[in-house]
Write a protein that binds this ligand. Structure first.
Ligand code: ATP
Length: 308
């Protein structure tokens, strides 16, 4: 029996690895909406991550060869820095994340994307993707236990590690209220989790995976205030010490980003911290004022409803 254990265990590992990459891909395709047909160069080396520094160097990109999706985009995410992308629909935010994840390769002469100084076209895509954690808007969970769903972040994680990740993701206390705690099944055949809870499970999984680089796509739908607060706290814990690129739909959530890039028609039209951008009194300041007005109108409406 003991002799069988080794091979069976490795088979299990292989199965899990394949399954994991399928699920990761599935989740990513949801976020990034694209198939991937990028091939590694022969004998491409693995990416060597030292700091997790990202650089876009004068990047031009078109999907169809006619309309430019990105035009001359340059920016840097320093080690552990947070960069937020804002802009109206179609401005090019997701394209930036897709390119960093290497769903497409840039053509010669259309700029470069570097991670710790290495052109991402020259390294194995698997090694690049291993270094990147993704938290999409709508996290997909397995029809399995909560422990399994979190544990996918790291093969062989201990219960202690699971709990530590769930705590940092603001999900531990909630899990303890489930009928069988960490062993409770979630999904179609188990208990249903809210969007915010699913996202926190995904954050816990990513915390376990411990990637140096993060891609975040903030949920567009409004969440209730306490869920929102929990998610913000979980994201803060996740982003801490990692280089992150996030798409922000609600401007209030990116006030603390090190750098905000405002995109319009594929170009960076403004950049700076929240404070600097408000002082510039340009596009960002207008977007900010519009969101505040919209929020106030919303409060107004809910107050009226409450009175009625
Ligand atoms: P949203 O906030 O709506 O997600 P976005 O800022 O992320 O928008 P992108 O998805 O990056 O915008 O799109 C940038 C441009 O590229 C848009 O003009 C879009 O129509 C175009 N585009 C995006 N995906 C494709 C595709 N698969 N094929 C052709 N054009 C595309």
């Amino acid at each position: 029996l003991a002799q069988l254990y080794g091979p069976l265990n490795s088979l299990g590992y292989i199965y899990r690895s394949i399954n994991q990459s399928l699920v990761d891909t599935e989740r990513l395709l949801q976020l990034l909406h694209e198939p991937t047909d990028i091939n590694d160069k022969p004998n491409a080396p693995d990416l060597i991550v030292t700091d997790g520094e990202i650089e876009f160097e004068n990047v031009n990109f078109t999907y169809d060869g006619r309309q430019a999706a990105l035009k001359g985009v340059s920016f840097k995410v320093p080690k552990g820095g947070s960069v937020a992308l804002v802009g109206e629909s179609g401005a090019g935010k997701s394209t930036i994340l897709r390119l960093l994840y290497r769903f497409y390769d840039l053509k010669e002469g259309d700029g470069r994307i570097l991670v710790d100084g290495q052109d991402i076209r020259d390294v194995k895509q698997a090694s690049l993707r291993k270094a990147i954690g993704v938290v999409p808007q709508d996290s997909v969970l397995f029809n399995a236990s909560v422990a399994y769903n979190i544990g996918y972040g790291k093969f062989g994680a201990t219960q202690e590690e699971l709990e530590e990740a769930a705590k940092a993701a603001q999900m531990h206390d909630r899990i303890l209220t489930f009928p069988e705690g960490y062993e409770t099944k979630v999904g179609e055949r188990g208990i249903r989790l809210s969007g915010g809870e699913k996202q926190r499970v995904a954050i816990a999984r990513t915390l376990l995976k411990n990637p140096p680089i993060l891609l975040l796509d903030e949920a567009t739908s409004a969440l209730d205030t306490s869920t929102e607060r929990d998610i913000q706290k979980a994201l803060q814990n996740l982003v801490q010490g990692r280089s992150s690129l996030s798409i922000a739909h609600r401007l209030s959530t990116i006030a603390s980003a090190d750098l905000i890039l405002v995109l319009k028609d594929g170009q960076i039209v403004e950049q700076g911290t929240h404070k600097q951008l408000l002082e510039q009194n340009g596009i960002f300041a207008t977007m900010w004022a519009d969101q505040i007005t919209a929020a106030e109108e919303h409060i107004d409406v809910s107050n009226k409803e409450a009175v009625v």
